[in-house]
Ligand binder design. Sequence first.
Ligand code: ADP
Ligand code: MG
Length: 313
Amino acid sequence: MKKRMVLALGGNALGGSLAEQQAAVEGTVKAIAGLIAEGSDLVIVHGNGPQVGNISLAFEAASKAEPSVEPMPLDVSVAMSQGWIGFDIQRCLCGELRRRGINKSVATVITQVVVDGNDTSFKEPTKPIGPSYTESEAAAIARRRPGVIMREDSGRGFRQVVASPKPVDVVEKDVIASLMAGGHVVIACGGGGIPVVRKNGGLEAAPAVIDKDFAGGKLAEIIDADLLVILTAVEKVAINFGKPDQRWISEMTAGEADGYIAQGHFAKGSMLPKVQAAAQFVRSKQGRSVLITSLERALDGLAGKTGTKIIDG
Ligand code: ADP
Ligand code: MG
């Protein structure tokens, strides 16, 4: 049966440096093309941690050397990272599809994701982004850039912290749906999307980072996907992860997932948002399911041979 799916790609699918990204994306598109060859309609969502960090850092450094260059605000940096990563995936995926004789186009949609201006995370920003600084460097940055909050990051020096609000809506959802309906492969919500709040009938950029797994889940709900596939560095989700009694999970219900979350089995900022996004998506409508597995095992996972499947219940 033809499936409509959202594919959320983690950091390992993209690499860190330019050369790494090149090599990683070459491998990533092979897995994606395999899914497309099986007849799935898909939207690709990706992370952007290292890339958005490098963009911010580059402008920050340039602004010190040349006063006419301004530091880039976070929203613009995210937009740049969407263009950059989208371009890399587009270029490689187009080539891979041609080689397989699949006649489909690939397009990146610069995506704004609406968040609630009253989201509690705005009151207490905790998500560290970018490089570490000494206390005095951090103080200088905070003085130079109004609105930038610097905090000590568990012994790793001082870093900028931003809010990580939950996604509420996707501004470009109709464009994404039209492209899908036209049979095109879409890359959207890169880096979780550019966070915006609705204000006075318009949109205003928010100093925040949206988790890409939550953004992928929200987009999957909105475009009425059957399946959310989260491709990360592990083949399955585990309980007692990294401990002697570690156990890999092949299938769990949203209710079981809640129980494991309450018992603290999933690390904050890595596996926890994936399992939370999964539970939310499968509960949003009957018949929706989630697969969490590695990029390498994506096809086997979809065939039910590996990965962790999350279902309603
Ligand atoms: P991504 O870039 O794909 O979002 P993350 O590093 O954020 O990847 O999250 C995936 C990582 O979560 C895995 O590589 C693993 O080290 C870690 N992890 C934490 N808790 C668990 C768990 N319970 N089961 C499996 N992996 C876990
Ligand atoms: Mg992650």
